[in-house]
Design a protein around this ligand. Structure first.
Ligand code: CP3
Length: 339
């Protein structure tokens, strides 16, 4: 995978899956039931390390992603963060300029030490040729949860705050930029071989807002990380960026773009893969469907992108109801491929 991030194509693309540690795995569900809360999983290094390694042991993926969550940054900034089983995250909404004025400028990095410890443990346990990925959420996506206090279908609360209270909203974004730089650098120093910036909700923004709230903050993070770790390899995932992806890649200077399943192949090949590596983009529902429909969907992804620098992945995270046999089918088919 590091070869591909360095600009070299592989005959057979490396493969991993977003959310590869998770509820579709019985060994995850078993540890989750024992741990207590989701945040206990994230902040107990032996649990986080174990969950990171589970999909590597079972499937032999080419990369491991550290088990954690994008909402550990709001947590370390002193916001209340809880994960209700079956309901997703719940935060104290940060939805007025007065509340934003009281937001801590710097995260309590003591709270994030267990993540660094888990990275050290995993790097020590992994084979040398398996890439370890660190990550954070992009400021826009993290802010959508901080403002609304939970997931929403279209991130209306954050979009509205960005229009009505741009100064307060900028302060949230700037705080997330500064702390995400420190957090990614800390992860790289603890053993991550590369990092991914998840902008899951980039696609709900109109173009002008996309430039301001997705592209510009991500560009500052990439620049800030490289100021301290000059050769840092960084993957960006602006889900739903569509025709704005070339602008994102040009301005942020990421080494790879992770694309969702709606991406248009010729635009990606000609204006993205010509400049950086591409990662993606199997529809997670095709992975649930299985059978010939899955084979066809895998072959489409390979035909579209595997002639260039490419990392095979899903277009978004694997869903809990996915059969394990279908993941095995996918890995076999990708590993049999030669470009
Ligand atoms: O990819 C991996 O295996 C590493 C772990 C990882 C998790 N979250 C674990 C998790 C990663 C990379 C994330 C990123 C994340 N978290 C994103 C961006 C990527 C994406 O998938 O969109 C976002 C938006 C979040 C915030 C978040 N965390 C939500 C909205 C939820 C609830 C939805 C859900 O899937 O339950 C979570 C919880 C969460 N994060 C779980 C896991 C394994 C499920 C927790 C459980 O066991 O109940």
């Amino acid at each position: 995978m590091l070869d591909v991030l360095g600009g070299r194509k592989r005959e057979t693309p490396p493969i991993w899956m977003m959310r590869q540690a998770g509820r579709y795995l019985p060994e995850y569900r078993e540890l989750r039931a024992r741990a207590g809360s989701f945040l206990d999983l994230c902040f107990t290094p032996e649990y986080a390390a174990e969950l990171t390694l589970q999909p590597i042991r079972r499937f032999g993926f080419d990369a491991a992603i550290i088990f954690s969550d994008i909402l550990v940054i709001p947590y370390a900034l002193g916001r209340s963060v809880r994960f209700e089983v079956g309901e997703g995250p719940r935060l104290d909404p940060l939805d007025t300029p007065a509340k934003v004025a009281a937001l801590a400028p710097t995260a309590d990095f003591e709270k994030l030490q267990p993540v660094y410890q888990a990275l050290r443990e995993v790097r020590g346990a992994l084979a040398e040729n398996v890439t370890l990925i660190g990550f954070c959420g992009a400021p826009w996506t993290v802010a959508t949860y901080m403002v609304a206090g939970q997931g929403t279908p279209d991130q209306a609360p954050a979009r509205m705050m960005a229009y009505r209270e741009p100064e307060a909203f900028s302060k949230i974004i700037d705080t997330l930029v500064d702390n995400s730089i420190l957090y990614l650098v800390g992860q790289l120093e603890a053993g991550a071989d590369c990092v991914q910036i998840f902008d899951t909700w980039a696609g709900v923004l109109p173009p002008r807002e996309f430039l301001r709230w997705s592209i510009a903050p991500t560009a500052r993070i990439v620049e800030g990380v490289r100021a301290k770790v000059p050769d840092a390899k960084i993957i960006g995932f602006p889900r739903g960026a569509g025709a704005l992806l070339p602008a994102y890649v040009g301005a942020t200077k990421v080494d790879a773009a992770s694309i969702d399943w709606t991406a248009e192949p010729s635009l990606i090949r000609e204006r993205v893969q010509s400049r950086v590596a591409v990662q993606g983009n199997l529809d997670p529902l095709a992975l649930i469907a299985g059978g010939p429909a899955l084979d066809r969907a895998i072959d489409d992804v390979l035909a579209n992108y595997a002639q260039g620098r490419f990392i095979f992945n899903l277009g978004h995270g694997i869903l809990p109801e996915t059969p394990i046999a279908h993941v095995e089918q996918m890995i076999r088919r990708v590993r049999d491929y030669r470009s």
